[in-house]
Design a protein around this ligand. Structure first.
Ligand code: F6R
Length: 256
């Protein structure tokens, strides 16, 4: 695993965006795994700058979102379908027909989840997956005790996740109770993982995911099983890391 510690959240966004941009520059038809929430906003902002500057184009790329709430109306501004359309598809110039979000409104949710996994495989698999991490260690909405072998499926959101996401809704009760999320096994099949975290509320989760034991209690620790995972964090999110000096030294060497 490569751990990159940077002074500010802006730099986290820029450095992580450079990783995504390099995949898309080499393969314009790349399949990009898309996270929502606050963490990847800096990535999307920097990618938008690169698109405007003509450095890269997402016109031929494909996208698969990590997750979606169950039962939320499609037109709700906080459905992940709406968020991905607003924050990713339009500003980055994706072709909307090449970007998918799990269908949290399907009549047969189990079938829709299986079909989503199959669609990722049919697209050739995800080339680069953007990830954030929850304060409880979740990635996607794989809450603690999610199996490392799990596939896209329905999960119950942890109370702490619903509390954290209440900021996007008018009242905490409006936060859906369930979601459809790519599984940890699905996420681990992506060819490259780029996880970003900023701020002190993520420090314990980052430390547990990066340096703690491999445990389904910390779903982010699944990254330890991946051959090509990068964790990009700011100083505050890095505060719990025991061997931060080593990561800094290693990053310095690779930059020379
Ligand atoms: C979002 C997702 C979640 C978030 C995590 C952190 O698609 O899958 O794992 O990345 O809950 O959320 P923020 O970034 O809002 O702190």
């Amino acid at each position: 695993m490569e751990i990159i510690i940077l002074p500010t959240p802006d730099e986290v966004g820029r450095v992580a965006a450079a990783k995504i941009a390099s995949v898309v520059a080499k393969k314009p038809s790349a399949v990009v795994g898309l996270a929502t929430g606050s963490s990847p906003q800096g990535i999307y902002a920097d990618l938008r700058r690169r698109v405007r500057a003509g450095e890269i184009s997402f016109a031929e790329a494909r996208g698969f979102a990590l997750d979606e709430y169950v039962g939320i109306p499609l037109e709700h501004p906080e459905s992940y379908a709406a968020v991905i359309a607003r924050d990713v598809v339009a500003p980055l110039g994706f072709d909307a027909s090449r970007v998918r979000v799990p269908d949290g409104r399907a009549a047969d949710l189990e079938f829709a989840a299986k079909e989503y996994d199959a669609a990722i495989r049919a697209a050739g698999g995800i080339d680069v997956q953007i990830l954030g991490i929850g304060a409880n260690g979740h990635i996607g909405f794989n809450e603690p005790t999610s199996s490392f072998a799990s596939r896209t499926r329905i999960k119950t959101l942890a109370p702490s996740t619903r509390d954290a996401n209440a900021r996007f809704f008018d009242s905490p009760e409006q936060v859906p109770t369930h979601c459809m999320t790519q599984g940890l096994g699905t996420i681990l099949e992506a060819r490259e993982l780029v996880l970003v975290a900023q701020g002190p509320t993520k420090a314990a989760a980052v430390a547990a995911a990066v340096e703690g034991p491999l445990s389904s209690f910390v779903p982010g620790s699944a990254l330890q099983l991946h051959e090509h995972a990068t964790v990009v964090v700011d100083e505050e999110a890095a505060a719990g890391l025991q061997i931060a000096d080593y990561y800094r030294a290693a990053a310095g060497r690779s930059a020379n």
